[in-house]
Write a new protein. Structure first.
Length: 322
């Protein structure tokens, strides 16, 4: 999913949280100050929520042995978002897949995962289940059963985009777009015609033409838009072709009829939870999205595109990027 910016906007691109970061503002004079604020906020999110940092708050929960642990308000908020996503998706998105992610080799930044040649042993093992994680917002504590490892990969980046874009729009008083690995949130007054976001199977640079295949351009005025897929973060290990979307029912990379799913929602966290859940739910996911009233675009492995009510049906030629 690629964000296209009108010429009256200004944009910055860099990397954080193991993924691409794109910031776009409608007041070019405020780009640098907004970028500094965004970098600071994402650094705080990384220190609280990273599964790959030995010194993160989330990693510290691995050794809590079932004891209540006081956590920062930031991690408590991230955990609340993850548990809410689990509940609203009937467990298709589950933060207790941390051990399963490590078992398939995704236990470090993805750039390092692809270079790792350690063997893996794939076994069907159901995730412990999100209901076993007890978050007490009143006391600011979380209880994680012994042996359970949490992974917030399905929700944290989208939540971070929501959180950052609201803060920046309020501080700057202009329209702001934040995209973290394609999970896009917008706030404030949008550009004329809305934020133009190109949705496609293969993520490329913002100034590139779409890769061969279908794509849509969506005008987003508020809320969030997310895309999840099984083709972008793939690696091979011990003869297995693996990817990062794990089915909580098996603890293994999901086998889905869809290669990508895109969803628009009131915020990016809800959109991203829905896209991941749709991959896990598989056949019939489009009916599930329709019942929830979520506009979605699902692409099958043969390239067939299925959309739900509210999604634009005609591809639009991409605009020039800023």
């Amino acid at each position: 999913m690629t964000t296209l910016a009108a010429r009256t906007t200004a944009a910055a691109d860099w990397r954080a949280l193991g993924t691409t970061v794109r910031l776009v503002v409608t007041d070019p004079a405020l780009l640098d100050s907004c970028n500094l604020l965004l970098a600071r906020q994402l650094a705080e999110v990384d220190a609280a929520c990273s599964r790959f940092r030995a010194d993160s708050e989330l990693t510290a929960l691995d050794t809590s042995d079932g004891r209540p642990v006081r956590v920062s308000p930031l991690l408590a908020e991230a955990l609340a978002v993850a548990l809410r996503a689990a509940e609203t998706t009937d467990g298709a998105v589950d933060p207790t897949v941390g051990s399963a992610m490590a078992a398939i080799g995704y236990d470090r930044d993805f750039t390092l995962v692809r270079e790792d040649d350690r063997p893996v042993s794939l076994r069907v093992r159901r995730a412990p289940g999100w209901r076993r994680v007890l978050l007490d917002r009143a006391t600011g504590t979380v209880t994680v059963p012994a042996g359970v490892r949490l992974d917030l990969g399905a929700t944290a980046k989208a939540w971070a985009a929501d959180r950052a874009v609201r803060m920046l729009a309020e501080a700057a008083g202009c329209g702001v777009l934040v995209s973290l690995g394609g999970d896009t949130a917008v706030a404030g007054e949008p550009p004329a015609g809305g934020w133009q976001i190109r949705v496609q199977d293969v993520t490329g640079a913002v100034d590139e033409q779409p890769a061969p295949g279908s794509y849509d351009t969506v005008g987003l005025r508020s809320g969030g838009l997310a895309t999840s897929g099984t083709s972008a973060r793939r690696w091979q290990r011990g003869g297995y072709d693996l990817h990062h979307v794990v089915d909580p029912r098996t603890g293994l990379p999901v086998r889905s009829p869809w290669r990508t799913v895109s969803v628009a929602a009131a915020d990016c966290a809800d959109a991203n939870a829905a896209t991941t859940a749709a991959l896990v739910k598989g056949a019939g996911a489009e009916r599930w999205l329709t019942r929830l009233g979520l506009p979605g675009r699902l692409v099958a492995h043969d390239g067939t595109v299925v959309t739900t009510p509210g999604w634009p049906t005609a591809a639009v030629a991409p605009e020039a990027a800023a």
